[in-house]
Design a protein around this ligand. Structure first.
Ligand code: DAH
Length: 355
């Protein structure tokens, strides 16, 4: 009996050497250490032996079983180690590889300029007033003291959403706003509605998109932005206009920048003025950007026309105000030497990435 068991035992050890994975190992365990394994069954047959042989044979069987058990555990351990090594090797992450850069977006240069402009006015107590991009002819022109056929309309070629020259009773002409100035009327009417008998003072900026039906060139686009400003109150004077805009220019272009005001014309202001800042590229000495004048035109402004105040619900006998309008694209082009306004809309990341 022992001889058979010794053979089975040697056989089991040899087989174990060949085992290469968990499944084979489990099959091996069932075969050689399971209940039906020759070695295990041998326990039952011990009583067939003469009593004096039993202890010795029993000890030998125990020894073989223990050894197989140990060999099994060693093999199981080795297989687990090998599997772990393999998965570490296969799933290895090379942490020394440089990461893949995630493209992060950034703000459009026009947006940055608008925020810069608006922030300065906010510091001076202005609030942002949002206004619509699709307007009626009435708001875009008439309430701003630009009647039909007024020559000032030629300054702003217009996209009509509905046909101009609508007859009485027909729907009024609707336009894409050609400037942010109609927001002045909306702002005044809104604030006046809060207390029609005694309307509150106003200090707002109105940033937004405007549209003009123009030929697209390096200098003009059909779509661009403006930042409008409006101040209405009692005893607002031209000195307030100059003081406010000068302070804005200093914060926008530098503490020591000089400014000048030139008389101008806008239907919705009287008097009207354009503000120039000293060319910040050449310091006023003259260069191609300022066309050798030393000055850059940055905005239009003026005292709000009495007709416009009245249209907004503010009594021009009691209230005065000033307004201004500027073009963030133009300011951005001047500051960064951008030669072509079409870059703002061509969506070329080579431009956008520089900001
Ligand atoms: N609306 C004018 C334009 O688009 C700009 C402007 C000039 C706005 C004078 C104003 C202003 O508020 O007072 O050309």
């Amino acid at each position: 009996m022992l001889e058979d068991l010794e053979r089975a035992y040697q056989n089991a050890l040899a087989e174990l050497d060949e085992v290469a994975d968990q499944d084979a190992l489990e099959a091996w365990r069932v075969r050689h250490l399971g209940r039906k394994a020759p070695l295990m069954r041998a326990y039952g047959r011990l009583r067939d032996l003469p009593p004096e042989e039993r202890p010795q044979v029993g000890r030998r069987i125990n020894a073989m079983r223990d050894h197989l058990q140990n060999a099994y555990e060693a093999k199981a351990h080795a297989l687990r180690e090998a599997a772990l090594r393999r998965s570490l090797e296969e799933e290895r992450i090379d942490v020394t590889l440089p990461g893949r850069p995630k493209p992060i977006g950034r703000l459009h240069p026009t947006t940055r300029t608008i925020r810069h402009i608006v922030r300065i006015f906010q510091d001076m107590g202005f609030q942002v007033f949002r206004s619509r991009e699709v307007e009626t002819d009435e708001y875009n022109f008439q309430l701003l003291n630009i009647p039909p056929h007024h020559p000032a309309r030629d300054m702003q070629d217009t996209f009509y959403v509905r046909t101009p020259g609508a007859q009485e009773g027909e729907t009024p002409p609707v336009v894409l706003r050609t400037h942010t100035s109609p927001g002045q009327i909306h702002a005044m009417r809104f604030y006046a509605s809060l207390n029609p008998e005694n309307p509150p003072p106003i200090r707002v900026v109105l940033p937004g998109m405007v549209f003009r039906y123009e030929q697209i060139t390096a200098r003009s686009e059909i779509q661009f932005t403006q930042v409008e400003g409006l101040v209405v109150g009692r005893n607002i004077s031209f000195a307030d206009l100059k003081g406010t805009l000068n302070e804005w220019a200093r914060r926008m272009f530098g503490q020591h920048v000089r400014t000048r005001f030139r008389a101008s014309y806008f239907p919705f202001t009287e008097p009207s003025a354009e503000m120039d800042v000293e060319c910040f590229l050449c310091g006023g000495k003259g260069c191609p950007v300022c066309k050798y004048t030393g000055w850059l035109e940055v905005l239009g402004s003026g005292m709000v026309h009495p007709v416009v105040l009245k249209n907004g619900g503010y009594d021009p006998e009691k209230f005065t105000g000033f307004a201004f309008g500027m073009g963030p694209e133009r300011i951005t082009m001047l500051r960064h030497g951008i030669k072509d306004i079409r870059f703002f809309w061509s969506n070329d990341v080579r431009l956008l990435e520089q900001f």
